[in-house]
Design a protein around this ligand. Structure first.
Ligand SMILES: *[C@@H]1O[C@H](CO)[C@@H](O)[C@H](O)[C@H]1NC(C)=O
Ligand SMILES: *[C@@H]1O[C@H](CO)[C@@H](O)[C@H](O)[C@H]1NC(C)=O
Ligand SMILES: *[C@@H]1O[C@H](CO)[C@@H](O)[C@H](O)[C@H]1NC(C)=O
Ligand SMILES: *[C@H]1O[C@@H](CO)[C@H](O)[C@@H](O)[C@@H]1NC(C)=O
Length: 578
């Protein structure tokens, strides 16, 4: 099967982007003067093909995702002036399918005394009358004093919600004297129980991470509750808290205000100290307005994560059109600031994931939204492919720099699993991965994928399993190791890893990776453990990128079934015609 000429497709796309950009320049009234770098200057090499990105400049947190009148809205922190953090506004895009996006005018930008120094992250709430309200953090002075504001659509008949109004009775929440006013931000979606609305605001009290709770009966006057919903000593500033119900019996998502006997709650926080997130599953006591994480879970930086790699400032929303709870997360760049300035862009949003409670109740499961599959084009399969120790077999005939690959591995027995060194019990999965990468030969594993690999393996990002025998049970490690990802210099190339709580009785492990030029998002064992890496190959770019399956363990592993699809490019943030 002949491959399409990938490079010429890209060249055409770049040309289109240039043409489209001229459209931006013409229609952008407010920020015209900031459009210093034209899109034809933006470096294409490591730009993603199907991830959410604006045509240029810096992005960070996803904000206020919502579904309204048939359209998905995504707002995000954006610097209209350049590829580094600063001058933050809420950029705004809309989509019918969460995959193809059109961009609109910025929704929220500094314009009032209560947000003149910045419009930081926040969330959207759909009121009982169906109309959306946004809460966001406004910066009021040079000292970074933070208040919480609200904004409403200027015309709620407009499904695009193009224009947002910030009423003069803002801010709705000031930091009182007991609150650290420079660490007080990122309001959540509101939920309604027993006649009162609640929101959380992330904060810290010295070293204690805190989710302050505010209540309101009219959605206007907000009063701080005597106790925070939850707080944990030693965890530092809690950014971007997210609090939502999950069903104990169904994969369907629940609206944020749902409460009942068949419902657990999830609290996620983004730890500014570590720049990672963790979550717990627990019980929400609506009378006391307190949240109690399950005792079996770690309530701190070593807790469960949505993603054990590059994933931060995430936020979920409930999609009533499909009854899903959908998770958005941001991945920053792993290169140097100077690289970003040269590239002209920095930051991507990862592919939205559906989240639900595992039947065990002990963790969440995640899977890329089904709509992504619309981008799948040419398909290649492997089956019953034996991988003896030291083997790597190429998956040929796909655009390996831009691919969705889903594979099931099987093995005859668990006997050859390496012993789990009891010393490691105190270590992070990451340290085990760092010691036992793909290059240290093992027993059962390492086996998995070599993504964004050069033909001769000067560069590759292995995503692999390694199975250990601990005293009581087997421990499965999933690694995404960027250490050999690039010959480039000045890059951050960490190994990332998480343990996978999976039943091995059928002697199978599955892995799905979404590979997209400079990002590899991997879902182990049906979304039980997820890891994202950002990498910047120098050789393995465009049609010089290859994909392999490999095994470096003494136990023979079989690729039962592998499907790889070249991925098409969606419409990505083309400005919408007014
Ligand atoms: C509000 O939006 C609707 C739907 O787009 C449009 O028909 C109407 O003209 C808008 N009203 C105003 C005052 O702009
Ligand atoms: C308040 O928060 C800021 C920003 O996180 C921090 O630098 C400062 O130390 C905090 N003050 C106190 C008293 O914790
Ligand atoms: C497999 O192990 C050998 C020997 O340690 C090493 O040279 C090779 O790079 C490993 N393969 C991968 C993909 O890491
Ligand atoms: C992303 O960039 C790397 C490399 O500079 C940092 O080490 C991370 O802390 C950072 N992550 C976030 C969430 O900002």
């Amino acid at each position: 099967m002949a491959l399409p000429n990938f490079l010429s497709v890209l060249a055409l796309f770049a040309l289109l982007s240039v043409l489209i950009n001229n459209g931006v320049e013409a229609s952008h009234k407010i920020y015209h003067r900031y459009q210093s770098l034209s899109v034809d200057m933006v470096k294409q090499t490591h730009r993603t093909g199907y991830h959410f990105q604006p045509p240029k400049n810096w992005i960070n947190d996803p904000n206020g995702p919502l579904y309204y009148k048939g359209l998905y809205h995504l707002f995000y922190q954006y610097n209209p002036e350049g590829a580094v953090w600063g001058n933050i506004v809420w950029a705004h895009s809309v989509s019918k399918d969460l995959i193809n996006w059109e961009s609109l005018e910025h929704a929220i930008y500094p314009s009032k005394w209560f947000d003149n120094y910045g419009c930081w992250s926040g969330s959207a709430t759909i009121l009982p009358n169906g109309e959306p309200v946004i809460f966001y953090t406004g910066i009021v002075d040079e000292k970074n004093t933070q208040v919480q504001n609200y904004a409403v659509p200027a015309n709620s008949s407009d499904p695009y919600l193009r224009e947002w109004v910030k009423p003069d009775d803002n801010p709705i929440v000031y930091p009182d004297r007991s609150v650290n006013a420079t660490a007080f931000r990122d309001p959540t979606t509101a939920w309604l129980v027993d006649g009162y609305w609640r929101i959380l605001i992330g904060s810290r009290r010295r070293h204690r991470g805190v989710a302050y709770l505010y209540r309101s009966w009219d959605f206007k006057k907000w009063v701080k509750a005597k106790h925070p919903l939850h707080s944990v000593q030693g965890t530092g500033m809690w950014e971007c808290p997210d609090f939502f119900p999950v069903s104990m019996s169904k994969e369907d998502g629940l609206d944020t205000s749902v409460w009942g006997p068949n419902v657990r709650h999830v609290l996620k926080v983004s730890l500014d100290l570590t720049r990672y997130e963790y979550y717990t599953i627990g019980t929400y006591d609506k009378k006391k307005d307190r949240y109690y994480p399950d005792k079996t879970l770690v309530d701190g930086w070593a807790g469960l994560r949505y993603d054990y790699g590059n994933f931060y400032a995430s936020k979920t929303f409930f999609d009533p059109s499909t009854n899903r709870r959908i998770l958005w997360g941001w991945a920053n760049e792993s290169d140097a600031v100077q690289h970003d300035k040269n590239k002209g862009w920095a930051g991507i949003q990862l592919i939205p994931r559906r989240v639900w409670l595992d039947p065990s109740g002990k963790q969440l499961l995640q899977w890329p939204i089904a709509e992504l599959e619309k981008l799948r084009s040419h398909n290649v399969q492997l089956s019953s492919q034996k991988l003896y120790q030291g083997y790597h077999v190429e998956v040929k005939g796909i655009t390996a720099a831009q691919v969705d690959v889903d594979v099931t591995f099987s093995f005859p027995s668990l006997d050859k699993a390496e012993p789990f060194d009891p010393k490691w019990a105190k270590l992070d999965a990451l340290d085990v991965c760092a010691q036992k990468g793909s290059k240290a030969q093992g027993g059962l594993g390492p086996f998995g994928l070599l993504t964004l690999a050069s033909e001769k393996l000067e560069e590759f990002t292995p995503v692999f399993f390694r199975v250990f025998k601990a005293s009581d049970k087997h421990k499965v490690l999933l690694c995404s190791d960027a250490r050999s990802s690039s010959l480039g210099i000045g890059l951050y190339k960490p190994p990332f890893a998480g343990f996978v709580d999976v039943d091995l009785t059928d002697k199978k492990l599955t892995l799905r990776s979404l590979i997209d030029h400079s990002v590899v998002e991997s879902f182990g064992a049906g979304g039980r453990t997820v890891i994202t890496s950002r990498v910047y190959p120098t050789i393995a770019v465009f049609d010089k990128a290859h994909l392999f399956v490999f095994n470096n363990g003494s136990e023979t592993v079989t690729v039962e079934n592998l499907n790889a699809w070249s991925m098409k490019m969606p419409v990505m943030n083309v400005p919408m015609k007014s």
